[in-house]
Design a protein around this ligand. Sequence first.
Ligand code: 3NM
Length: 496
Amino acid sequence: MAKGKVDYGVYLVTDSTPAILGNKDLTSVVEAALQGGVTIVQYRDKLSDRETAVKTARALHEVTRRFGVPLLVNDRVDVAVEVGCEGVHIGQDDMAYEEARKLLGPDKIIGVTASSIQEALKACEAGADYLGLGTVYATSTKKDTKSIIGPAGIRSILLGLSSAGHSIPTVCIGGINGSNATSVLAESSAAPAKSLDGIAVVSAIVAAVDPAAAARDLLGKVVAGRVPDVIKAVAATTPLSHNMTNLVVQNFAANVALAVGGSPIMANYAEEAADLAKLGGALVINMGTVTPEGLKNHIQALQAYNAAGGPVVLDPVGAGATSIRRNAVKTLLSSGKFTVIKGNEGEIQTVYGASVTQRGVDSASSLTIPQRASLAKAVARSTGAVVVLTGTTDVVSDGVRTLRVDNGHEFLGRVTGTGCTLGTTISVMEAAFRSDPLFAAVAGMVLFEIAAERAAVRDDVRGPGTFVPAFIDELSAVRTETVKGDVAWLAKAKIE
Ligand code: 3NM
């Protein structure tokens, strides 16, 4: 597991004391939390003897490895060395960073606790891989905390780090739970400082009646918390959205790309792709109205963007409708790599290789939400892409993290081209925010769907016809509000 690839989003710290764990089994709680979406685990045990600690750490490591998630050990470096897990977390009163690094070697993760900018800078300069910032709020889980710094204290450390030029990952800890996570993330990460990379919790998951549900809820909040970062990254770069799309949506897609902050070009001729791929944008390959000539163009452009390292969004429109389209999907998937594959249930089933028959491009749903989540996850794993499976409840997965997005409005289903323009919206986000394609995709989805909700209830909207211009207005308004720092609209986001 490469150190640079670690996802600090939902960071579970364990506690085996009966007051928090109750009579549950720690390994089972960690496994459930991983199913819910925990992205990194720290085994923290101040009481057990060495033999018990090694045994517990080994059992936890077996579980975390199955999920491809790193396991760190709190303080007890010798236990981490013996178990061979991915690293340690050390507090200010624990072993010195340099000594821990000597024992662990250069490839292991070492995180350090910091309560002030001085401690944070010292840890950065020593070479720490991430910082745990706290204590945010007083918590009965750790009674000996020295300073309660609140979200404002976290924000000032983040500001200090960014003005010193450090981009080290950070999480905050202390009293974080499902009720305050959204406001802690927003208040801690207020512009212009770098944002927190995640939240670390003990009791919000370990003491929860349903640790998987608690973890899922926190993951949704962490992902929602990054939406403004994505939209601001778009505003900072106005990225190119190169659309190779169908005849029906050319104009609508170009207008949506503009409204969400992108710079659209509708260019179906692949000879242009090599030049366009150098402009730092993203490509949308939309298979609607496919022709043999079109497919050749798609393959050539896909390969040009792959060579330039630019994101590519595949929209396999009507993929299951005809054998021509089913074969076109297969050909495209074997010709290059996609960053995002977006489609409805029939389309994603076709990408999966299932033999489904779609009537047209409209969507019919026969799977339950958990089945849709499994399908999205499986396709993400087999293709390496983020999969966006649209429907009344959308599902998005990168093969590790799987989320549901429950926003949108029925008018989106009564106007042609909205699915295609969601692909365009996502391409703009992917172009601007390369560090996490899942965050970028979710940002595109909630921006798009909440704009639709706002448009649908406007007084001047009387049906699908008047909805379209209002929708474009609202896309632009939501984006502008976000760039100005007003993210009240995000309270409507239903990400879980
Ligand atoms: N470290 P809960 S606060 C383990 O401030 C730990 O460094 C802290 O527990 C620090 O999520 C803390 O239950 C306990 O509040 C956090």
